[in-house]
Design a protein. Structure first.
Length: 200
């Protein structure tokens, strides 16, 4: 099954942007491009999940979301992957454990918007995630204050890397996280669905 996974060689720095991407949009693209630059990443993999355990409603079919994501995110250093489906993982902690087994020597960085940090303590095994790989957090509209005062930020206050040192993030041992402020794109999948532009 390994040959069906994205290619990576030891020593590479790869950002992981996970989510249902229901649908993928310009905000995801913006976060990805900023992460490549601010954290000095070689690649970013979009991990399109089969479902989201924190949401009650099932997303659109995985294949449809994959096709839409590849149309939105066209960049030579970005891969849209169904790794979680192929590896049969449901939670991020499980996905990271599988990735580190499949790709020894690769330096992974978990990427997310500041809105996710605010509710990160609700994620399954959220402390394990912090202890497994460095985490890069990109500011999004309206979520910076809540993120900085979140339970996860308080718990791992000692492990925070200042934004001016963001290029060091992939090379530090976990737990390590960095919060960067970037020009923001105010878009969301839920808003697109509410407008009727994306039907499950």
């Amino acid at each position: 099954m390994r040959h069906e996974f994205p290619y990576a060689r030891p020593g590479q720095t790869i950002g992981l942007l996970g989510g249902s991407f229901d649908p993928a949009h310009g905000g995801h693209v913006h976060v990805t491009r900023e992460a490549l630059k601010r954290f000095g990443l070689d690649r970013v993999w979009w991990l399109v999940s089969p479902g989201n355990p924190l949401k009650n409603q099932d997303p659109a079919p995985l294949e449809r979301r994959m096709v839409a994501a590849r149309k939105v995110m066209q960049h030579p250093r970005v891969v849209v992957s169904d790794f979680e489906e192929r590896a049969d993982t449901r939670y991020t902690a499980q996905t990271l454990a599988s990735l580190t087994r499949c790709y020894p020597g690769v330096r992974f960085v978990w990427l997310m918007g500041a809105d996710n940090l605010a509710s990160f303590h609700r994620w399954e095994q959220w402390r394990t995630i912090f202890e497994t790989v460095p985490i890069g957090i990109v500011a999004r509209p309206g979520d910076r204050i809540a993120a900085r005062h979140s339970k996860a930020a308080a718990t791992y206050r000692h492990a925070r890397l200042r934004g001016r040192n963001s290029l060091l993030l992939p090379y530090g041992p976990a737990p390590l996280w960095c919060f960067v402020n970037v020009p923001m794109a105010n878009m969301s999948s839920s808003a697109i669905r509410a407008q009727g532009d994306w039907v499950r």
